[in-house]
Design a protein around this ligand. Structure first.
Ligand code: ARG
Ligand code: ZN
Length: 880
């Protein structure tokens, strides 16, 4: 909790640290009422610091300092000063050993930052600035030190004691306690420190590196979860092999541990050789985990593993450079997942997320560049912009360089900066140096916030056989950035003729093939293609080659043509989305005028031919049959009418179901998978198509559809199908079945915390009226726990973020509910509280009545005493 208004920290104020820490030796004595940490630090003045007489100022929060000494001499009260967030020692030698003994209470730490307890185990989360809640330290990523860590605890309760690096010694004490000493030979910043103590069991496997070294791989879990580790283990092994094959990166220690914990603010954490995971991102088995869950585990395991090079061996100089490791690592894990499963589906899913959530962030009060210039609370900047847009920026670089030069670039980057804490600029420079190209203008992707709008116009001149594309780019203002310079936008494109792609002769040059990348660099420019034998349909931004909002005035027939003819799967899907947007917008307009909305029959025809197209990947069929989501429709409109969007979409879905009933039944029946469950691309595609069909059919309210859903709920052997059936029954009008499945599902899975989260979520996102009251009721369900972030996200987060009609109910009760929860969570867990604020921060987008009610709730939060810096920053920026 802060005592004064939080300060804004600026990138431009960066200064190298005054001191360096050569060695860090930690001794943890863990006890039920309090734990004592003894830190012995070998410090010296940083020769690069400007002030060679500066006082030593260490970070520290919520610590009780017991003793402090320099080179063995205890300091007296007059020698140092403690504030709520620092320890200052005015006079220190140039090189010395500092020892601090501090007392902390992990069992009372509900922020889940620093050292805390999750169920019966102790664990840590230090990124970004949690280490300062463990001991006084220079808690900044450019201070890198080797660490030795001894953990001492009761042997019966905490048989497993883990930290970073290698286990080098252990022993028993005579009072029932034992200790283990760990040594991490790699220099690292404190944010990569980790410690775990608990009654855990593990599964073990091995990996032999390219160089022939053996690595022991262990996943530690609570005993009841031992049967859910296999998928994470195989994902880890696949990641290790992939990073060797694709990036030439080997693992560098003989041990790699993963620990699963129930209470965790984020997905997982890449601590050196001791990754700590939210149980939701590591545990998986077919009976309890959906296909999406399996894919998430694979992706997050890979992400954290890849950080060993992109993050740990080469780390960030300061937190403004967070995307250096996160954007790059997300790009790496996305490519890995694409290689493991379906490349097109992965791309479509990632673009969907970017275009709804990240574009919305870019258009809202928290908009920031991939490399922010300022922040109050760094925890607020673990955003889709840093992660997902950052990954798009790396993807553009990879595409600009091509695979060979990009690999040269990453080799150079890792080689040049191994063991260093560096900047985004260092990354770009390595790419330039390796490939011999100039990325000067491209760098604006790091410094300018906002989503560029790219308007394209095509003119065909039949006489000259030329086709010209005139492109205009413009980026709207974002907080603190009124004017933007033009971006370098690589636009992959093709020109499609009736019988396939046409050869591209840009500005009368030789045939560049059937697909090319044009570099948009100016506010307005024209590209002329010659020898174009017929009027083409342009295929623009293929593969979503840049994170922009592209507009081209396609007719519905053009879109239908792209949907069935483009060789780029992303474009086919995108065309189906654009068609969906046009149809829905027409219906929304009709609803708002009080007219009868109708569904353009061309949409139905298009869906029919997709359903009948045997050549299409089933996953693509499922994706293309989904209308643009409510979230996407919301993002692309300025004066959002939530209820009109919902009603138009519901009516369109019902019409589709009615008119394609036979085809949907066929899709349902033909995709029933009888083999043993595998999270393979093929099976996932089948289930996804089948369950999409089931959801449509249930809208018809027929006994036949209900029977199919109930049959699936009762007999499916995997959670994907069970949950799909559960969801559609909950959203239907069949009250008796609803009550039955709600009860059955809970009874069956009450001992599986992650499945109970799904049970909460399914109810929270239910679109039927009265859901808010139901959600409020569930908050007193014995399985709900406001201190557990997964539970909060499953119930409160899902209701407010994914159930627009109910959250935006007209009397504002949804907004009031959310504000109440944020106020409660502000003191328990500021990071979770701040993240939940998301839906309220978008208040300016909504029609007036909602807007005012939302704003009033933000003002109510703002007036609360004792706001955390996390919540303060988001609320105050939202109200500006
Ligand atoms: N570095 C972690 C990851 O991307 C996330 C840590 C998030 N920590 C936080 N305080 N928000 O895998
Ligand atoms: Zn990460």
């Amino acid at each position: 909790m802060r005592d004064a208004q939080p300060k804004t920290i600026f990138l431009k104020d960066y200064q190298v640290p005054d001191f360096l820490i050569e060695k860090t030796d930690l001794y943890f004595s863990l006890d039920e009422d309090k734990s004592v940490v003894t830190a012995t630090l070998s410090l010296r003045r940083n020769p690069a610091a400007t002030d060679q007489t500066a006082a030593l100022v260490l970070h520290g929060q919520e610590l009780v300092l017991l003793t402090v000494s320099i080179d063995g001499q205890a300091l007296s009260d007059a020698d140092y000063h403690c504030s709520s967030d620092s320890l200052t020692i005015q006079k220190v030698p140039d090189s010395f050993v500092l020892q601090c003994m501090t007392e902390i209470k992990p069992q009372e730490n509900t922020s889940l930052e620093g050292l805390y307890k999750s169920n019966t185990m102790y664990c840590t989360q230090c990124e970004a600035e949690g280490f300062r809640k463990i001991t006084y330290y220079l808690d900044r990523p450019d201070v890198m030190s080797v660490f030795t860590t001894t953990v001492e605890a009761d042997k019966e309760r905490y048989p497993v004691l883990l930290s970073n690096g290698n286990n080098v010694a252990s022993g028993d004490k005579d009072n029932g306690r034992h200790w283990v000493k760990w040594d991490d030979p790699f220099k690292k910043p404190a944010y990569l420190f980790a410690l775990v103590a608990g009654d855990l069991e593990y599964t073990e496997d091995h990996f032999t590196t390219q160089s022939g070294d053996d690595v022991t791989l262990r996943i530690f879990v609570e005993p009841k979860d031992l049967d859910k580790c296999a998928h994470a283990m195989s994902s880890l092994i696949n990641s290790m092999r992939w990073d060797e094959d694709v990036y030439g990166r080997e693992y560098d220690l003989s041990i790699f541990n993963i620990v699963a914990v129930d209470d965790f603010n984020m997905g997982a954490m890449e601590n050196k050789s001791l990754n700590i995971f939210n149980t939701s991102c590591v545990l998986a088995k077919p009976e309890t985990t959906t296909d999406a869950g399996f894919q998430r585990v694979e992706g997050v395991v890979a992400h954290e593993y890849f950080h060993n090079w992109s993050g740990n061996r080469v780390t960030c100089r300061d937190w403004f450079q967070l995307s250096l490791k996160e954007g790059f690592t997300v790009y790496r894990d996305a490519e890995f997942s694409a290689d493991m499963g379906s490349r097109t589906v992965k791309r479509v899913e990632d673009v969907s997320l970017l275009r709804t959530v990240q574009f919305a962030e870019d258009g809202g009060p928290m908009a920031h560049p991939v490399r922010p210039e300022s922040f109050m609370e760094i925890s607020n900047f673990y955003t889709v912009t840093i992660y997902e847009k950052g990954a798009e920026v790396v993807r553009m670089i990879a595409n600009l360089l091509g695979p060979e030069d990009f690999r040269k670039g990453t080799d150079l980057y890792f080689d040049r900066h191994d063991g260093q804490a560096v900047t985004c600029e260092d990354f770009v420079k390595a790419m330039e140096d390796a490939a011999g190209i100039d990325l000067t203008q491209f760098r604006r992707w790091y410094s300018q916030a906002g989503t560029p709008r790219v308007a394209v116009e095509g003119v065909y001149d039949a006489a000259a056989q030329s086709y010209s594309l005139t492109v205009e780019q413009h980026c709207p203002a974002t907080p603190g950035q009124e004017q933007k310079q033009p971006f370098h936008i690589p636009m992959a494109m093709a020109l499609l003729g009736q019988d396939g792609a046409l050869p591209l002769h840009l500005d009368n040059t030789a045939n560049a093939g059937l697909e090319m990348v044009v570099d948009i660099t100016q506010a307005r420019q024209t590209f002329v293609f010659n020898q174009v034998k017929e009027k083409p349909v342009p295929s623009l931004l293929r593969g979503f080659s840049a994170p922009v909002k592209l507009s081209f005035d396609y007719s519905r027939d053009d879109l239908l043509f792209l949907m069935s003819n483009d060789s780029d799967g992303f474009i086919r899907w995108d065309a189906s989305q654009q068609l969906g947007v046009q149809v829905l917008n027409e219906m929304i307009a009709a609803l708002q005028k009080g007219e009868e909305p109708t569904v353009d029959p061309r949409l139905i025809t298009a869906y029919r031919s997709i359903l009948q197209d045997e050549s299409l990947d089933k996953a693509m069929v499922a994706l293309m049959l989904k209308l643009p989501s409510e979230a996407y429709m919301t993002e692309i409109s300025d004066d959002v009418d939530v209820h009109a969007i919902y009603n138009a979409r519901t009516l369109a879905r019902l019409t589709i179901a009615k008119q394609l009933e036979q085809e949907l039944w066929q899709a349902l029946r033909n995709n029933h998978c009888t083999e043993e469950y595998q999270p393979s691309a093929l099976q996932i595609a089948q289930r996804s198509l089948k369950n999409t069909a089931l959801a449509y059919l249930m809208l018809l309210d027929t006994q036949e559809a209900l029977d199919a859903a109930v049959e699936q709920f009762d007999h499916a052997n995997n959670m994907t199908d069970v949950l799909a059936a559960f969801n559609v029954i909950l959203n239907s009008g069949f009250g008796m079945q609803k009550q039955r499945v709600l009860k059955l599902f809970y009874e069956r899975w009450q001992h599986e915390s992650l499945v109970v989260n799904q049970w909460f979520m399914a109810q929270a996102v239910c679109s039927v009226p009265g859901t808010l009251e139901h959600v409020k009721g569930l908050m007193s369900h014995p399985a709900f726990d406001l201190k557990n972030p997964n539970k909060v996200r499953a119930l409160i987060g899902a209701f407010c973020g994914q159930n627009a009609v109910n959250f935006h109910q007209r009397d504002g009760a949804g907004y009031r509910f959310l504000a109440d929860q944020i106020i409660a969570l502000n003191s328990l867990n500021p990071q979770v509280a701040s993240r939940l604020l998301g839906p309220l921060t978008k208040w300016k987008k909504y029609s007036e009545a909602s807007r005012l009610l939302m704003k009033a709730e933000l003002e109510r939060i703002m007036a609360e005493p004792g706001l955390s810096s996390d919540v303060f920053e988001v609320v105050s920026k939202s109200l500006k």
